[in-house]
Ligand binder design. Sequence first.
Ligand code: GSY
Length: 159
Amino acid sequence: MEVIAYIGLGSNMGGKKANLKAALELLGRVPGVKILRVAPFYRTEPVGYTDQDWFVNTVAEVETTLSPRELLAACLEVENRLGRVRGVRWGPRVIDLDLLLYNGEVIDEPALVVPHPRMHERAFVLVPLADLAPDLVIPGRGGVRELLAGVDRQGVEQL
Ligand SMILES: Nc1nc2nc(S)n(CCO)c2c(=O)[nH]1
């Protein structure tokens, strides 16, 4: 049966918008994954490891028959196909796909934590997510609209 999941995409190396478009193209070709909607792209100030180039971020809403682990594996496969080299943990990356939400479920397993543990404090996630689903509730964290009101939108600029 199909469920709804949300995937965060980001790039801060090379052709950032082109990298996001390529990732969406590859993701959309995965059997069992259908991209329903994609938020606008945003130019965003790096958080966490700040000594790096600005990112381009967006969020995609997908309908999928894959399990959470299968969907995560598909995201990692897209990253690998686009040449993601896992160097510095928080360092620059050609492409990053984060599984943000899966069918409203809470999952806490080794290498699979959903909702994404930091998404509720990240404007670069909440802003595009609110473009798609402002009334969504992030299990255990609160409503997207309310969380967005609590973060600093500084450093998230619509492209
Ligand atoms: N603005 C911004 N800052 C980030 N810091 C990390 S790590 N990442 C990678 C995503 O976890 C990002 C990002 O995608 N966008």
